[in-house]
Design a protein around this ligand. Structure first.
Ligand SMILES: Nc1ncnc2c1ncn2[C@@H]1O[C@H](COP(=O)(O)OP(=O)(O)OP(=O)(O)O)[C@@H](O)[C@H]1O
Ligand SMILES: [Mg+2]
Length: 287
């Protein structure tokens, strides 16, 4: 059953995944609206990939539900499959095939008719700036080229929502920015994007809203601005002994008042998402 007029493109209710005694994702409730770029942020093992795997039907939830554009990921597999594009964490292109052949294979799997398929492949290779490399084996591609080809492949069947698991891991800063531009461009053309990342600045710069996961649980949710407000927009760092101390304030005046009473070195700066994460979990995002 499709529910008409939903602008909640993804609706997750009490989604849980257990592997034996490990609870990888615990009671996750989350809604993502059409047109959003949403980031799941969290340290290694937080449950980000498991969440994406459940939403993209690669693994079954232990309990709970998730709807994509109104379709249930546990019961309406064919319908969900048409709505989603997936770029997994690990490279899974066929390295012995060319860029063109990889897209061709995907197009056939999705039963896109030959003429349309050819047009779509040309269009997408151009979109990700690989048109000159169409006939080259993927094994000769750089990491950034492979990533772009994976994005092109995920877009082949005109999905409504794109899932990207760590889209820029291991890429150099220029290539990372290229991927960000690509994500922004897709989004400005109407694509809803759910991505996971370890990179705070990626979530902060690129995403409308961020969910912070830790040990399988969603521990914070909001726009980067809202999350920073929550801990305090101004930080005073104090250096003494071994550790740096962090104290958060709503305003610069309050921060200055505090800093003026501190002995030793102090630094006053704006807070960022990493501060939010450390404050909420007591841990660094990247261990
Ligand atoms: N197939 C599996 N079998 C058993 N345990 C698993 C499996 N997949 C994930 N887990 C466990 O579930 C937890 C969450 O893992 P997950 O891969 O979702 O984390 P993540 O947030 O994506 O981490 P990373 O940042 O390292 O990619 C971890 O404790 C992991 O060991
Ligand atoms: Mg992961």
């Amino acid at each position: 059953m499709k529910f008409l007029g939903v602008n909640k493109l993804i609706e997750i209710r009490q989604l849980t995944k257990q592997y034996g005694h490990i609870v990888a994702v615990s009671d996750l409730d989350l809604e993502i609206k059409e047109g959003e770029i949403f980031a799941l942020l969290g340290p290694n093992g937080a449950g980000k990939t498991t969440t994406i795997r459940m939403l993209t039907m690669l693994t079954k939830p232990t309990s709970g539900t998730a709807l994509i554009n109104g379709y249930d990921v546990t019961r309406e597999l064919d319908k969900v499959k048409k709505e989603i594009g997936v770029v997994p964490q690990h490279m899974n292109l066929d390295q012995e095939l060319t860029a063109w052949e990889n897209l061709e294979l995907h197009g056939r799997l999705y039963k896109i008719p030959a003429t349309e398929r050819r047009k779509r492949i040309e269009e997408l290779l151009q979109y990700v700036e690989l048109e000159d490399r169409a006939r080259e084996l993927v094994s000769r591609f750089s990491g950034g080229m492979k990533r772009r080809l994976m994005i092109a492949r995920a877009l082949m069947h005109w999905p409504k929502v794109l899932f990207l698991d760590e889209p820029t891991v291991g890429l150099d800063p220029q290539t990372r920015r290229k991927i960000w531009d690509l994500i922004r461009r897709m989004n400005s053309e109407g694509m809803t994007v759910l991505l996971t990342t370890h990179y705070i600045e990626e979530a902060e710069i690129l995403c409308h809203r961020v969910g912070i996961m830790d040990k399988g649980k969603l521990i914070a949710l909001g726009t980067p601005g809202e999350l920073k407000k929550r801990v305090g927009e101004v930080v005073v760092e104090t250096f003494g002994g071994k550790d740096t101390g962090y104290k958060f304030f709503a305003t610069r005046e309050e921060a200055l008042a505090y800093a003026s009473q501190v002995d030793g070195d102090v630094l006053i700066r704006e807070s960022n998402l990493e501060d939010v994460f450390v404050e909420l979990t007591g841990r660094k995002v990247v261990d």
